[in-house]
Design a protein around this ligand. Structure first.
Ligand SMILES: Nc1ncnc2c1ncn2[C@@H]1O[C@H](COP(=O)(O)OP(=O)(O)OP(=O)(O)O)[C@@H](O)[C@H]1O
Ligand SMILES: [Mg+2]
Length: 393
């Protein structure tokens, strides 16, 4: 069919033609942010789930809704090798500039900008990757102790006060939250807890891989009070059908039931895969309706394409020993697997492979759903590993 009107949108963070199955979470976020903006108690949301399950597009959707409500988003994507101060500084600077738009900075904004300048100045001495220069005079004694825990409280409090004074709320949207080092994440959560007790309109909506659950460290009890940790899973059959069929139907294209069944089975309802399969089924079909044969051909092409893109980019970041570890996991199936069993397959003691396992987890390739268990963070990665490395051991 005409590739010009192919509606599907596979890609990291690419908004889908139909955001299926997430209405409840969107509504839950909207209620929570509204309450927090108005000084009422509420739990904000931290979304967690596997790769390609739709966390980023959901976070972006919640952000757009928040913007529509007049709140000010601070958008941050954490990455593997950056410190929290390095990513937070520039983002908050933009937020404060946005808050002061149209008017000369008032007392509250000047204080927040001063706190940011102090914070950045102190953080530079401790975190090598902090580069920002805040063209504003630092406020001595505010957010400049060099202790992240207390400095973040000062910083977020002054930002929250500036937001309150402007009659709005500042929402930190942090994606890939699992990459924020545990101590720094704990400091952030602790600071958010401190400002929430003052009913200031500032909060965090986060998203990340399931390892996030284990990374709350000493801030665990605060985290549980402040946030609802919302699992983002593959779509159930009804939502998967909607994600797949609605975009085509809007273009006047129907699908045979058997075609839909084939795609839902093969993708297991994972959003990224639904987009990929949808795109290829559209390409394979000559005309409406999309048939089971089209879907079968699409399966082959889609898998081949994932093997050189989605899966491959992740595989290429692994060292040989990490590949062997994941290959051993793949031997056991989709998982989760007992770490002892994996070590056994590698003919190694568990303690000997523990460092490899830790590296794989910090790279975001696996996580530990329960003590002593290891699971893939990328859906269908086990069969990919078997295709890539057919020989094992
Ligand atoms: N609810 C949904 N319905 C239909 N398609 C979706 C849905 N959620 C996400 N998608 C599609 O799935 C793909 C992956 O989405 P997204 O990048 O948000 O996943 P992610 O969970 O952030 O993955 P990662 O962990 O790799 O960052 C995109 O192509 C997106 O359009
Ligand atoms: Mg994402």
């Amino acid at each position: 069919m005409d590739p010009r009107s192919n509606p599907y949108a596979p890609g990291a963070g690419t908004p889908p033609p139909e955001l299926a199955g997430r209405d409840e979470i969107i509504e839950q976020a909207s209620i929570a942010l509204h309450r927090i903006a108005n000084g009422r108690a509420a739990q904000s949301l931290i979304l967690y789930g596997l790769r390609g399950v739709g966390k980023t597009v959901l976070l972006n959707r919640i952000r757009l809704d928040a913007e529509e409500e007049g709140y000010v988003p601070t958008v941050i994507e954490a990455s593997e090798d950056r410190s929290l101060p390095a990513i937070l500084g520039p983002a908050l600077r933009s937020t404060l500039i946005w808050l002061s738009r149209g008017e000369a900075a008032n007392k509250w904004l000047r204080k927040a900008l001063g706190a940011l300048a102090s914070f950045v100045g102190a953080a530079k001495l401790k975190y090598e990757d902090v580069e920002l220069n805040v063209d504003f005079e630092a406020l001595l004694g505010l957010a400049d102790s060099g202790d992240l825990d207390t400095d973040l409280v000062d910083l977020l409090r002054t930002v929250g006060e500036a937001a309150a004074e402007r009659g709005t709320a500042v929402i930190l949207f942090i994606d890939e939250l699992q990459y924020v080092p545990e101590e720094q994440l704990a400091a952030l959560i602790g600071a958010l807890h401190a400002v929430s007790q003052r009913q200031l309109p500032i909060t965090l909506v986060g998203a990340g891989l399931p390892q996030l659950l284990g990374q709350r460290g000493r801030a665990r009890s605060y985290a549980e009070r402040l946030f609802e940790f919302v699992p983002i899973d593959a779509l159930g059959p009804e939502a998967a059908r909607q994600a797949l069929c609605t975009p085509a139907e809007k273009e006047g294209v129907q699908s045979e039931g058997a075609a839909v069944d084939e795609i839902i089975t093969r993708t297991q309802g994972y959003p990224y895969f639904l987009q990929e399969w949808g795109k290829h089924a559209w390409r394979e079909a000559d005309a409406s309706p999309i048939t089971r044969e089209d879907a079968l051909r699409a399966s082959e092409v889609a898998l081949a394409e994932l093997d050189v893109s989605f899966f491959r980019v992740r595989f290429d970041r692994l060292t040989p020993s990490e590949k062997r570890y994941l290959r051993a996991m793949a031997e056991l199936g989709p998982g989760p697997h007992r770490s002892g069993e994996i070590a056994e397959l590698l003919s190694k003691r568990q303690s000997a492979v523990a460092p490899v396992r830790n590296r794989i987890i910090s790279k975001g390739m696996a996580y530990s759903p329960a003590h002593g268990d290891t699971a893939f963070t990328v859906p269908l990665f086990d069969s990919f590993m078997r295709r890539m490395m057919p020989e094992f051991p």
